[in-house]
Design a protein around this ligand. Sequence first.
Ligand code: MN
Length: 372
Amino acid sequence: MIKLLHAADFHLDSPLGAAGPEPAVRRAELRRTAERIFEMAVKENVDLILLAGDLFDGTSPYLGTVEFIKRCIEKAGIPVFISPGNHDFYNERSPYAAGDWPKNAIIFRDNVISSTYVKSLDCYVHGRAFTGPFDDGYPLDGFGVVDKKSLNIVLLHGEVTQGRSRYGAVRPADIERSGADYIALGHIHMYSEPHVRGGTAWAWPGCPEGRGFDETGEKGVIIAEIEKGNTNIRFLPTASRHYFDIEIDAGGSAYPLQSILSALPDSSKNDIFRITLLGESGDTGIDIEGLKAALKDECYSVEIYDKTVLRKDIWAGADEDTLRGLFLRELRERLRGAPTPADEQKLVLAARYGLAALDGREPPTGGLSNEN
Ligand SMILES: [Mn+2]
């Protein structure tokens, strides 16, 4: 049996810029997570580390980042296989072309599959590289393992699909025919449960850190234990921060703090939230600034968007023979004819301001926060 750590899509040196820390700070956090993953591999006592592409976000990462990764690999001291992806594809100007990678780094530099035999493990690692930003071919087309008594692992960046792909289509029939024990994939940024077809298992670890609200929730790497006919996979969380994009019903309240708090994960202090409030709010609208202040110590940062509508009983007053009734009837009429959701939101806001003025209250906070 061999034990390996399978990671992918670090996207080191991403430009970033979404919510959360300053991009340079977040980039340093991503590097620190990469370092921690190599440390985890040593602690888990794995035999191999597999990096399935897009280790760097581009083909010209900062020199310091490349040096940093080389030091991590050298320090880990176990074989580290790298299969360049569509972002960090291999060419002669790529950092992967340099001659000073540590001896235990094995980089696949060819577009077609080549194989390395690790004698101490009686294991072949087969892999290939993206050599441009797209790959319309079929990386596993015609591939089959030769030495079926040994363990055979395939490392590549690509998409499993029946159809075509610009990112290295791996067809299920190719997987079945490959005879490999495990195919370590990269490219999809979300962890996939292990799949099995024929005698071959495959999985994606996803990215080890999210970089924005399109990479939400837990992120990590895979620890796989592989023997002939049996592959066991465990997901190991690695992210130092998480992004959450959640929708919460305001439940008719201007200050739905309890609903928000109960929707937050247990330890959210390092995490980055985008909260969209739906349903009905009170007649003063949502107290966005108040909520943000109350959540300050609960999370690293929070954006709150008010997409609520006024509580319905507010509109009940529209039938009164009063100035308030006249005002609400007029707004209700316009709301019915509102051409877009943005117009609806403006009219709801007008109702909130108007009712506050009629009642001699302070105008609501929040404004047109949905217009982003
Ligand atoms: Mn990719």
